[in-house]
Design a protein around this ligand. Sequence first.
Ligand SMILES: [Zn+2]
Length: 244
Amino acid sequence: MSEHPTVDLLAVAAHRDDVELTCGGTLAKAARAGHRVGILDLTQGEMGTRGSAEVRADEAARAAGVLGAQVRLNAGLPDAHLVNDHSTRVKLVELLRTLRPRVVILPYPVGRHPDHRIASEVARDACFLAGLAKYHPTGGVEPHRPFKVLYALAYREDPVKPTFVVDITDTIDLKMAALHCYVSQFDGTTSAGEIFPTGQDLYELIRVQSAHYGSLIRRPYGEPFFTYETVAVDDVMGLGVQSM
Ligand SMILES: [Zn+2]
């Protein structure tokens, strides 16, 4: 049953290129640190205005290689028609039990594109259900519930403070190189997904946004995340980020 290796960190998103935009630097950093990294795209992007599903598959595979991800799977769910229903949850539960991530990165629960909101909700539900032994038992694959769920907060304009920012200064070049794999989606554009146009080239806009998140932790580049849980600290003397 386990045709794919298990992973430590799994990023789940609605569309190919979503994880590069919101957490590509974090994935590359985790891979560089020796963690096994996986990406699960829920749809094949067949409703996208630009680029065919085949072209986007090739671009996504190359981007995964740039980030150092060991596994990139596609759930083959219908683009622009994602729903949080029984069959979708069962499919995601089976994938989560196969990949067995300890940490999962999901889209933020609020988003302009309905797929982004629904991907967040259905993937979170699947993370819980995957741990229930009697939920849709799958032959030979043990139940598994991820320990931690993180929400990628990049580009959101809601008044939500990041729970933490990952310093991606050392991997911003890999994030940008992964984004440059999506020639069909991004070359010559000024907006993408949840990123509204400012008139700047999209790649420059992403770099500037990453610099903003980095500035929140007094570093050149960063990616912001939200968790519903509170972050624990052992020693307040070790806290970083200067207050004044
Ligand atoms: Zn998307």
